[in-house]
Design a binder for this molecule. Sequence first.
Ligand code: ZN
Ligand code: MN
Length: 483
Amino acid sequence: MMTNKEIIVGLEVHCQLNTKSKLFCGCSTDYRSDNPNTHVCPVCLGLPGAMPVLNKKAIEYTIRVAKALNCTVIKESEFSRKNYFYPDLDKAYQITQYDKPLAEKGELEIESDEGREKRVSITRVHVEEDPGRLVHMGNPERGRYSLVDYNRAGIPLIEIVTDPDMRSPKEARKFLNKLRATLEYLGVFDSEKEGSLRVDANISIKGSERVEVKNITSYKGVEKALTFEVTRQKNLLRRGLKVDRETRHFVEARGITQSARSKEQEHDYRYFPEPDLRPLHVQSWVDAIPLPELPDARRSRFMTQYACSINHARTLTGELRIANFYEKVVAPDPANLNSIAATWVADILIGELNYRNMSVDSIDAKSFTELLQLLKKGIITDKNGVELLRIMLDQQLNKQPCETPQAIVTRLNLAKTASDSNALSKIIYDVISENPKAVEDYKNGKNGALNFLVGQAMKKTRGRSDPGELNRMIVEKLKNREE
Ligand code: ZN
Ligand code: MN
């Protein structure tokens, strides 16, 4: 079997910085909801004679990232032109950084596959402009064509390159999750914006050639593309064939990678220093740029302040929005709500949100606190708590009027049946008389029979009772009948 030590993965991650204006002009970066080619000017359209003016905020943001990743901001960095022709690149060159990137030699800590803390080295961090966006249209019968939208041209990107330090597709995913969290905590990046992240992944099996998988646009996609490559490369080696050094594309819909014809990929970029921009001397800015609380620090704080387990703390702080939501939920009564909130946010809410493709921002923290209080006071069972949460999320998702948790409990009669009420005794009486066979089995020592009776009673109470309590009451009743 192939051990993980033999898989070698390195990443190049492009993230859009969420500045208000573009990298070299004053056009707004808020382009997604507007018509194509409306956020453009002579600079980002690459018209002859237009001069780039560097966005100071973009450089500050990049320094923030460099600092958080423990990189060294170098004394003199420089912009370069990367020349190639492609329809989304209006100037026929991209302004990027080449041999003098803004920062280099950092690290980011992740949890390794063995559950240990592990450092992934960062080779470099640099700034560059995003090209435009191509939209492919048409069909084979009537002809295919592409549309180009320059709204995206000139959006500031940071490119973060790692050393080949990851040993599995899963570690690559963990690195990306940690990087995303870090960038969001820094306030420079919004992962929920479509197309805000693009990844190129290098992967090889020790002793073989390296393959580059280009332009993966989702977090899950990176793990999928790499998993596909591990299998493909292992199979080649097992059959005594060799892995070609090549560039491949990830076909997200099919979960596979495909060879990109190498002739098209081997550009000669003819890099040279960008003559319209001065070299950057920003090392002296580093100390003055403050860092906020980062994910690791917040994780530790959640463990001490809210007594979260390490796993809960990790999950809760792994996304800025979730961490903020958790703190909002517990705020009214931290000492009482800390533990139940950790369980319900980390173990239940996140799954329900993912299932609906919803952001935690769309759920009201106050309502969630109210739900937890209903659970805490024993008014509803855990099972009906989940039911209630699902109703709340669906109302939000379907843009229906949102009821309070208490209103839903009342309307659907979800409250726990009081254990001493006649109703519950009656239900148990009914279950016992309707299922003589199971009662007989129980008396003959068959364990399954009791579970069956509890299940029947649960059904009749429509989940409003604790199974443990029903279990106890049924045993009691059967004992009394025997005597
Ligand atoms: Zn512009
Ligand atoms: Mn790049």
